[in-house]
Structure formats: C-alpha cells, structure tokens
Design a protein around this ligand. Structure first.
Ligand code: ATP
Ligand code: MG
Length: 349
C-alpha cells in the first residue's frame, strides 16, 4: 500500500450563515501521519468529513495526488475512515466484518479470504476471525474497525477520535499499536483528536486548528519548543504554559510590577511564556508563596503567587528544594522564556 499526497487548496465550509472554515490550505505528504488538534467545535470533524466526501466543500479544491476529488463521491475517493463509534455488525464474524466492503465490491471469495487474512495479520487479529464482535475486548474491536478500513488498501486513512471510547490503559496500548500499524500500512493518515498526548506521540506533524484556521502546522517538537502563537503555547503542555505581562529593559525581563524575572535581549512590552516544568526551585531568586499544591506521586504541581501579585504554575519532581514549604524561591532560566507580541499574540523570539 502506498500513501497519497493530500492537498487542501483554499477550502471553505459554511453551514447556512455560519462560516466554520474560512479558507484553509495545507498539504499532507504521501505516507505522512498528520494529527488535527483543536478545541471542541473548531472544525476538526468538518475538515475530515470533507476529505472523506461525507461533507461538501463550500469552495476550494481538494486533491488526492494529482486528482481533484472535492466533487468525487466518497466511495470513489480511495480513502477509508475509522470513527469513534466503530459500529461493527454484531451478527457477523470478525472475518465477515473485515471483508464486507470487498463483498460489496464483488471481489471473488478466494481473493477475499486472502485479503482478510493479510489485514488480520497486520492488525494482530489472526486468532479472532471466527469470533463475533461481542466476544472481543474494546481494543480488539477497534482493531477490527481499522482492519475493515484498510482491507481495500486506501491511499488515505482518516480517523475521527478513534480511541476516545477506550479506557486510559487501552488508549496507551492502542496508541503504540496504531503507530506501528501506520508504519506497516503506509497510507497517508489524518487523525483527529483533542487529546494532546495522542497528538504529540502519533503525529509526524500536528495541525493546530482554532476557529477553522491553522494556528500552526509543524512537528510535535516544534509545536512544544517553538509555539508560534499564544494559543498554541497555552493549548499544548500540561499544566499549560504560564503567560505573564512583562517588559524587556536593559537586558532584564521585568514583570509588570517592575520585578526582574530573568535576563532577555528584547526591549519593550511582551507576553512572557514559561512552561511549568522549566521553572526551578532554588535557595534564592523570585520569592513566592505556595497557594496550592497537588501531589501527583511522581511530581508536584504548585500554584504560586509572587510578592508582586502574579500567579504561576510550576511542576517539580518530588523532594526538590523547598518542596514542602509554603514559601519558595523560583529560578527561571533565560532560555525557558518564550516571548510573544502582546498585540498580535505572535511569537517574537
Ligand atoms: N450540520 C451542521 N450544521 C450547522 N453547523 C454545524 C453542522 N455541523 C457542524 N456544525 C458546526 O460547525 C462547527 C465545527 O464543528 P465540528 O464538528 O467540525 O467540530 P469539532 O472540532 O469536530 O468538535 P469536537 O471536538 O467537539 O468533535 C461547530 O460550531 C458546529 O456547531
Ligand atoms: Mg469532532
């Protein structure tokens, strides 16, 4: 199976008067795993459904390889979709569920059996072909849904929150399985989720969508280390990045109160972003009161308030300096600071 390159060329989507996608362009490379991430209602499913042919585009072009597909019926696009509710046929065996679309396409019995066996091997379902869906675990059912989607060898594989019905442990296992499956299948995959861990771990590139527009489309590493906007900065990372009003002045980055926070080359007003995991507890530095402490076993999350009034969250490994006291001193390394323009909310440094 080989992947198909996907081109989204200035696509818009409007329901009556509501413009859900105001004009979006992006390209997903052949074989690439793209995760679309964004808050509820931002248009993730709408975009995926337009790729699948389940929703019409209002304007613009969609290309699979060199072929324009926006007016091609879903079944002729060479793509397959896996949904959150995988809806297997309960009265059919696993083999028949997987092979159903081949039967509809009038593929001969002998070939069907062969292709079902091949995808069952890929999906790790060899021992389960005679079972009914009710005799499978949630993860195995999800694998049947994926096997069913890939049996026709689509060049494009679309997933809409396929793991969100599974419990936490199974989700973790399925993430790894999906990642391995993707490598074996080779289809260009587009995966919608609002789970940032899924996005960070599965994606070659993450497309962050906000009100139907691309905030950033980049590798997980770039998204985490160099968020392009305050929206991305706050959306990725848990707890979320701290964002403080600050000012660069003669080499110091000062809080609104005038307190120097760290050093910086920039001059003038900024929004300074610092990830909770980059703030260090030390013996001297910025004094802060601990307002709230969450013990998560492996680490603590502290909500602290500086003498000048600003609040921040920081995440610290258990037993760090001053871990239990109500007053702490913070050290913020200069390279931990992300600078954003307070007007445009765009990254500066
Ligand atoms: N058939 C429709 N008619 C009118 N508005 C719609 C229709 N379908 C979706 N919308 C609106 O379009 C916007 C985007 O919806 P969409 O389902 O794409 O969001 P989403 O990002 O998938 O959200 P979620 O994470 O909750 O699944 C929402 O504001 C939604 O209310
Ligand atoms: Mg959705």
């Amino acid at each position: 199976m080989t992947g198909t390159r996907i081109t989204i060329d200035n696509v818009t989507k409007r329901y009556d008067r509501v413009e859900v996608i105001p004009g979006l362009s992006a390209q997903f490379e052949a074989g690439e795993f793209t995760v679309i991430l964004g808050p509820s209602g931002c248009g993730k499913s709408t975009l995926l459904n337009m790729l699948a042919g389940l929703e019409e585009v209002t304007s613009g072009r969609l290309l699979f390889g060199a072929r324009e597909v926006q007016n091609v019926p879903a079944k002729d696009r060479g793509c397959a979709m896996v949904f959150q509710n995988y809806a297997l046929y309960p009265h059919m065996s696993v083999a028949d569920n997987i092979g159903y679309s081949l039967k509809l396409a009038k593929v001969r019995k002998a070939e069907r059996v062969e292709r079902i066996a091949a995808v069952a091997r890929i999906a790790g379902l060899e021992g389960y072909l005679d079972r009914r869906p009710s005799q499978l675990s949630g993860g195995q059912r999800q694998r049947v849904a994926i096997a069913r989607a890939i049996v026709r060898e689509p060049g494009v594989l679309l997933f809409d929150e396929p793991l969100s019905n599974l419990d936490a442990k199974l989700r973790n296992d399925m993430r790894i399985e999906l990642s391995n499956l993707h490598k074996r299948i080779g289809a260009t995959s587009v995966f919608v989720t609002h789970d940032q861990v899924e996005a960070m771990t599965l994606a070659d590139r993450i497309l962050i969508l906000n009100e139907g527009q691309i905030e950033q489309f980049a590798t997980p590493g770039e998204i985490y280390h160099r968020p392009r906007t305050t929206f991305v900065a706050e959306f990725i990372g848990a707890p979320a990045m701290n964002l403080l009003k600050a000012r660069g002045e003669g080499g110091n980055l000062c809080l609104a109160s005038g307190t120097p926070m760290t050093t910086v080359a920039h001059e003038g007003e900024v929004l300074a972003g610092v990830r909770p995991e980059r703030i260090e507890l030390s013996d001297a530095g910025l004094k802060a009161q601990v307002l709230y402490r969450e013990d998560l076993g492996s680490h603590h999350i502290l909500l602290v308030q500086l003498d000048s009034g600003e609040q921040m969250r920081l995440s610290t490994s258990q037993g760090g300096a001053n871990a239990d006291s109500s007053e702490v001193f913070l050290h913020i390394p200069p390279d931990a600071v992300h600078l954003f323009d307070p007007e445009t909310q765009q990254r500066i440094n």
